[in-house]
Design a protein around this ligand. Structure first.
Ligand code: ATP
Length: 237
């Protein structure tokens, strides 16, 4: 059964249609990738899923009901969390305070503590740097904190926007390992938005390729890695 389903959604910025008639689903425990070049509409779809952009058409279902008109804060409490493109940390706050920002919907102190321990286990460097100002961290460390902050909301569905952007190969490998571990060991469903198509397809159970706001290909990660069109357009082979 789909955890989240986008039914023919469209999203506009003023008169510009950024996403047009896009349908996709995320099943329980799946990693689903949205790949495509700059401006294809990937981030806009995540914003619409999160309630940060309103739909111009179509519908968005979460479990057994439409969330199209539900505000972002309520979507967080119902189990959806976003790690945004560009990380958006508070640079003058400590790493720990940034993480705590993500936990405002979680009332139980013991439960917050358990999630914090999970994040520190996944990212030992975040633990080491927990008292430092977030702005003093490397790009890779900041990305880890941004993912950690989203996890602090204890989501059932994690939306990751360009987690590999601008990072060194070694750090990308570490983030990829965490995506796999989270999915495998906690059953978390993940939507992964990436310009790095090879990485995204390797990590995902299924994927959708977007061009100019429309889905042009879909399949399992492996099917798309083997697809001639995808290989030529996105994998450079
Ligand atoms: P990127 O990786 O560059 O973020 P993307 O696939 O995530 O690419 P979007 O950011 O969703 O693409 O952009 C989709 C389209 O919407 C593009 O044509 C973009 O120029 C336009 N767009 C995005 N944000 C805005 C905005 N705030 N105002 C106007 N147009 C926007």
């Amino acid at each position: 059964m789909p955890t989240l389903e986008a039914k023919s959604i469209s999203v506009s910025y003023a008169s510009v249609k950024a996403v047009h008639d896009v349908s996709f689903r995320v099943d329980e425990g799946e990693v689903v990738a949205l790949v495509g070049s700059n401006g294809a509409g990937k981030s806009t779809i995540l914003k619409a899923m999160m309630g940060l952009k309103q739909l111009a058409g179509g519908d968005l279902w979460w479990r057994d009901h439409s969330i199209a008109r539900i505000p972002a804060a309520n979507r967080v409490s119902s189990g959806i969390a976003l790690s945004p493109e560009g990380r958006r940390l508070f640079p003058r706050m400590t790493v720990l305070d940034n993480l705590e920002v993500g936990a405002h919907t979680v009332k139980s102190v013991a439960s917050r503590r358990r999630t914090l321990d999970l994040i520190y286990g996944l990212f030992p460097r975040v633990h080491e740097r927990r008292s430092q100002l977030a702005g003093s961290l490397s790009g890779g460390e900041q990305q880890m904190v941004a993912i950690g902050r989203a996890l602090m909301a204890q989501p059932k569905l994690l939306l990751l926007d360009e987690p590999s952007l601008g990072l060194a190969p070694k750090v990308i490998a570490e983030i990829a390992r965490v995506v796999e571990t989270l999915n495998r060991e906690t059953g978390l469903s993940i939507v992964l938005v990436e310009q790095n198509a090879r990485l995204a397809l390797r990590l995902s159970h299924r994927a959708y390729v977007l061009e100019r706001g429309e889905v042009v290909r879909t399949g399992t990660g492996q099917e798309l890695l083997d697809d001639d069109f995808v290989r030529q357009a996105y994998l450079g082979v």
